[in-house]
Write a protein of this length. Sequence first.
Length: 283
Amino acid sequence: AILNAQKDDNLTSKALEEKFGLGKKLATRKIVPFSSSRKYSITEFDKAGCILLGAPEFILKENYSQIESDVNRNAKLGYRVLLIAKGEKIKGEEITGEVTPLALILIEDTIRPDAPDTIRYFKENGVSVKVISGDNPITVSKVSERAGIEGADRYVSLDGMADKDVIKAATKYNVFGRVSPSQKRLLIKTLKTEGNTVAMTGDGVNDILALKEADCSIAMASGSEAARNVSHLVLMDSNCSSLPKVVSEGRRVINNVQRVSTLLLTKTIFSTLLLFFVVIFPF
């Protein structure tokens, strides 16, 4: 019923739709869509009341300790953990009053079989891989570890972190969780300031600011249209294993340009010397 009311088209909603379907419909009074800053959505039904769906710590806030151990236990297993809870009243786009947790939903991110090989390729070519996500940093760390990300155990949550601290964390950690869209852009900007050439891959509207900031922005065809429109490159198969081929093609083009430039330079030097010889020693 929540999925029917919210009509979201992100990957999380698609995963939930695959599991629970869209057969259930209930009359609604008010809908507050998911926000990357709020990290949860609210659906107010006529009979069921206000139902929240999203990140547990953002929904329960100071009462998060009620379920913190359950969330952390599942996060350490690599699951993304969502909370369904019931609230009392909506004020603007926030929930007010007591919030009662109802259920946890566990989502497992599937690692593509070729992901470790792709990451290993970039490591061998001197490219550092960092993971920036809006999810729980513990979950992101475990998924990154399964994918073969070097230093996946070095993770940090950027929730509520000041910009100056985000800048310090940019080069210190390899995995970032609970990252806002503006913080994603700040991370990319900081890495560029440190003298790095930065490529950014993304698939959602939350990635747009960072994609526009990056030296090379790469979007997934399966992602949002907005992300595709601002990117330099779109992976039509939504598979990062294509990136080594992209790098090889880029190197081929650069090598060809260098060869042609060398030939033109040689011809120019030869022509200059010939002209000089003719001027000094006319026939």
